[in-house]
Design a protein around this ligand. Structure first.
Ligand code: 0PR
Length: 460
């Protein structure tokens, strides 16, 4: 560091240089974040001092946090939003870490002979012939495991490493949704819980959470739903706009699940087996970074796990702290509160409807150059193969798959180098991936597709 400080003018000239090197989202189709709503930014600035890690000093912000949790629980169809238990986090990764940490603690609890029963308050007969005690007592010394869909976000890899658990990856179907039978077949006496995804990172798909909920109840396991992206999308989908967007697309929906309109998809607290859900306001919630939300059905589903992570904080204004992080930005709470109150359900419906309109336009433009999405997009994430037909299926051999991944990567890189478009590629199949966020316009889509067409013609 320099001995003498530099004058403000010089400093801000320098900051301008750095900010010019950052994106303004103009040509970004690869990000799950977007430009925050102006009311979120204004509220963030008003609360720069606030630290909800020391709640007694920031009572106002804490009140807003409680209200954010209640509003989110109601979006997530909680039968009694006031009884939901949760807090704001820095985003999906932290929420997932904390949800799995509690799963691990609860598992050790049950295993140490505690009579804590996760689903004891359920009026369900699904678990009538299941004896949890005998199951738990037979635990071997092998590593604890967590069952995740193959499409789970990479944050779960970090979690496995951090918590010393094994990830068991369940198979996915041709729509890239987890197969419930595969999940159930992976459960053993060392399984600490199940993960489902509402809005997968690569495809935007929603796993059959209803089925996972039944499995969770049957085996008395906690079920965490990662709705980091989908949490501010699925509840606000208008079924008409969705039907529009899927018509004329590749495959007809065939299963029971597929015939359900997307606005009716159950993925949260209206399913009895769901114990926790994570949702990120800093993605489709239009709030500022960092803003995440982790909600448990109620405090009692945590059993004594909460006590395990509670630490005494004698020199703070509260007696203890039970969040993973200490100092937490009240400005993110204020921003999220502001945008949720300002937009209301109606505003978020409009936001999602705008994005789904982009999806419709995107599909039409793709058709114009002879392409179709890999699967009918359920939400505003579209994947597109730029390789020849039939070469992306699961039957194609490994060499062909590698060649297709390489070709996809080449096109992705050229879109950026020649034309400045930021697009990503999927790893599950060789395809380009486009996240149609609110900062994108139809004109951007048409321009980008025209540039893609030029690249593909040059490849012929
Ligand atoms: N769960 C799901 C389903 C996610 O898609 C993500 C992030 C997370 C959890 C983790 O969330 P945080 O990154 O908030 O901890 N998905 C995006 C991704 O990894 C995050 C992202 C956003 C990446 C904007 C780049 C970007 O420009 O692709």
């Amino acid at each position: 560091m320099n001995e003498k400080g530099i004058p403000e003018e010089e400093l801000f000239a320098e900051l301008g240089f750095f900010s010019d090197a950052d994106t303004n989202f103009k040509k970004v189709f690869s990000s799950m974040c977007t430009i925050p709503h102006p009311v979120a930014v204004a509220a963030q600035q008003k609360f720069v001092l606030s630290n909800i890690g020391d709640p007694g000093l920031f009572r106002g912000t804490c009140e807003m946090e409680t209200e954010v949790i209640r509003m989110t629980a109601s979006i997530l169809n909680h039968p009694n939003p006031k009884s939901a238990f949760g807090h704001m986090t820095s985003g999906g990764t932290e929420s997932n870490i904390e949800a799995v940490l509690h799963m691990k603690n609860r598992f050790s609890d049950s295993n140490s002979g505690s009579d804590f029963n996760l689903n004891s308050n359920l009026n369900s007969n699904l678990n009538s012939d299941f004896n949890s005690d005998s199951n738990m007592n037979s635990v071997s010394n092998s590593r604890l495991n967590l069952i995740v869909p193959k499409t789970a976000h990479f944050s779960f890899e970090k979690i496995a490493n951090l918590l010393g658990i094994e990830l068991k990856k369940a198979d996915i179907d041709s729509y890239f949704r987890v197969i419930p039978e595969s999940v159930e077949s992976l459960i053993d006496e060392n399984t600490i819980g199940l993960i489902g995804i509402a809005g997968s990172t690569e495809f935007g798909e929603c796993d059959p959470i209803e089925k996972l909920s039944e499995i969770a109840i049957k085996h008395e396991l906690p079920l965490h739903v990662d709705a980091a992206f989908g949490g501010f999308v699925y509840p606000f989908l208008d079924s008409d706009s969705v039907l529009d967007s899927v018509s004329g697309s590749v495959s007809d929906f065939d299963s029971d699940f597929n015939s359900v309109s997307d606005s009716e998809i159950k993925f949260a607290f209206n399913l009895p087996g769901v114990t926790s859900v994570s949702v990120d306001p800093h993605k489709m919630g239009l709030s500022v970074i960092p803003s995440g939300i982790l909600i448990f059905k109620n405090e009692s589903v945590l059993g004594s796990s909460l006590d395990k992570i509670k630490v005494k904080t004698p020199y703070l204004t509260s007696k203890y702290q039970s969040t993973l992080t200490g100092t937490r930005p009240g400005s993110s709470v204020a921003a999220t509160y502001a945008v949720m109150k300002h937009l209301g359900v109606e505003g978020y419906r409009e936001n999602v409807s705008y994005c789904m309109d982009l999806v419709n336009h995107f599909e039409k433009e793709l058709n114009r150059i002879g392409l179709t999405p890999c699967i009918s997009p359920r939400i505003n994430i579209v994947t597109v193969s730029v390789c020849s037909a039939n070469s992306t299926g699961s039957n194609s051999n490994e060499t062909a798959q590698t060649a297709n991944h390489e070709k996809t990567e080449k096109i992705r890189a050229q879109l950026l180098e020649k034309y400045g478009w930021n697009v990503s590629a999927t790893k599950t199949i060789p395809a380009l991936r486009f996240v149609l966020m609110p900062h994108i316009t139809k004109e951007d889509i048409s321009n980008m597709i025209s540039d893609l067409e030029k690249l593909l013609n040059a490849e012929k």
